[in-house]
Design a protein around this ligand. Structure first.
Ligand code: AMP
Length: 421
């Protein structure tokens, strides 16, 4: 679990801002659900034999309630959707969320025990149009986040019947070869054989090469759904690779499944930035009506490692420097006026020397320093130093804010211009 210190928070906020904007452009609205949910919700929604539920949940008892720190966002979103009867008011619901998730995994670069996910869900649309739209939106998002080497992998897992036929065939194929599998896969053979397909262990990969493909078991409806998804992606010119072995770690997926990777040497090869897919049976499985759904989650820390996005480290635009004890009140008033125009500024109220205040202005990356001493107060002026342009002028107090604003806007430096840029 990591601290995010102010020196890093600029990039976090920028990514969150771009994310929210992208999702709003596609009609998604933000939902905030609790960080703690009942343990049975995750067991039912994610699946009893998944790694997440078997080994990675932070679960505890409290006054007789079995609770868990959420390991992912979809189960809570589905619970909220159902609990508030949203399906009776909206034929299609588009929600996004951002926040911390908790999994007791072995920590390594890009894998933490508290990590942040940016996710979204569409309830009420069986696809495949919205599946393609979602994947395409994510590719655009990663472009805006300047993630190099983006690659999309898609697969179809089919519906429930397809999965059980495939599962049987897989178990018949793998059972006689069990001795050659890794110990983990040997134990998964009975519980969750599908996961053996995406094992990274070379022993498993050798065995799995000849395993029956899920694609041989897709029914006509599944096949048409998957073909249409690919057609839409082709029409959008969104490149993708079909990976018949893509299964992912959560049990709830049906039909469309996708992963997006980015090539960044700091993350190591093949690190997944975004994972998602359809979960058409989850709402019914939680006791609700039949509502098809699709969603994704992106790891925020991983996006930050993979992204070439840079943000300015300048935290302030102007420093108002009172010289002498009588100037502090006037300096606070001047700072308030600057802030009304969106100019980020700080006042040194500690009675520091002018030299010390200029040093502080430089350290904060301030461009303008507005000096108010006794003579300036007496004359109704402000001495304005432009540290970048190396200019210094005395301006009437009444003009100072406008002139400073003009300079900063010309240099795209104040908060408002950064937000809208
Ligand atoms: P999942 O919810 O397992 O489908 O994961 C979706 C995305 O969340 C992954 O592709 C990662 O980017 C991110 N993620 C999952 N687990 C972790 C973790 N322990 N630490 C950091 N990011 C994670």
């Amino acid at each position: 679990m990591n601290d995010v210190l102010p020196g890093d928070i600029g990039r976090w906020q920028r990514v969150e801002q771009i994310y929210a904007r992208t999702l709003h452009l596609s009609g998604f609205r933000e939902v905030r659900t609790p960080h703690v949910e009942s343990t049975p919700l995750f067991v039912r929604a994610i699946g009893e034999t998944t790694d997440v539920v078997e080994k990675e949940m932070y679960s505890f008892e409290h006054h007789g309630d079995a609770l868990t720190l959420r390991p992912e966002g979809t189960a809570g979103a589905a619970r909220a959707y159902l609990e508030h009867g949203v399906q009776s008011r909206e034929p299609v619901t588009r929600w996004w969320y951002a926040g911390p998730m908790f999994r007791a995994e072995r920590p390594q670069r890009g894998r933490y025990r508290q990590f942040y996910q940016l996710g979204a869900e569409i309830f009420g649309d069986a696809g495949p149009g919205c599946d393609a739209e979602m994947i395409d939106m994510l590719v655009s998002l990663l472009g805006e986040l300047r993630v190099p080497g983006v690659e999309v992998f898609v697969n179809s897992l089919g519906g429930g019947a397809t999965r059980s036929l495939h599962r049987e065939a897989l178990v018949s194929y793998l059972s006689p070869r069990a001795a050659s599998l890794s110990p983990t896969s040997q134990s998964r053979l009975q519980t969750n054989p599908l996961r053996i397909l995406d094992s990274k262990d070379p022993r498993d990969q050798d065995v799995v090469k000849g395993a029956p493909s899920i694609h041989d078991f897709l029914d006509a409806g599944d096949r048409e759904h998957f073909a249409k998804l690919r057609e839409h992606l082709d029409a959008l010119h969104t490149p993708y690779t079909v990976d018949a072995r893509l299964v992912r770690g959560l049990d709830y997926y049906t039909r469309t499944l996708f992963e997006i990777k980015g090539a960044h040497e700091k993350l190591g090869a093949g690190s997944t930035l975004v994972g998602g897919g359809r979960y058409d049976s989850m709402i019914a499985g939680l006791g609700g009506p039949d509502v098809p759904a699709i969603g994704f989650a992106a790891g925020l820390e991983r996006l930050l490692i993979a992204s070439d996005l840079e943000v300015s480290e300048k935290v302030i635009d102007a420093v108002v420097a009172p010289v002498g004890p009588t100037a502090v009140g006037a300096a606070l008033g001047l700072a308030r006026d600057l802030r009304r125009f969106g100019i980020r500024c700080e006042v040194d109220t500690r009675g520091s020397s002018l030299k010390g205040q200029l040093r502080r202005a430089n350290a904060l990356g301030a461009r303008m320093v507005l000096i108010l001493g006794e003579s300036e107060l007496a004359e109704g002026v402000v001495q304005v130093k432009d540290l970048d342009a190396h200019l210094e002028e005395r301006l009437a107090r009444a003009d100072a804010v406008r002139v400073v604003l003009d300079r900063l806007v010309a240099a795209s430096r104040c908060v408002d211009s950064q937000v809208s840029s």
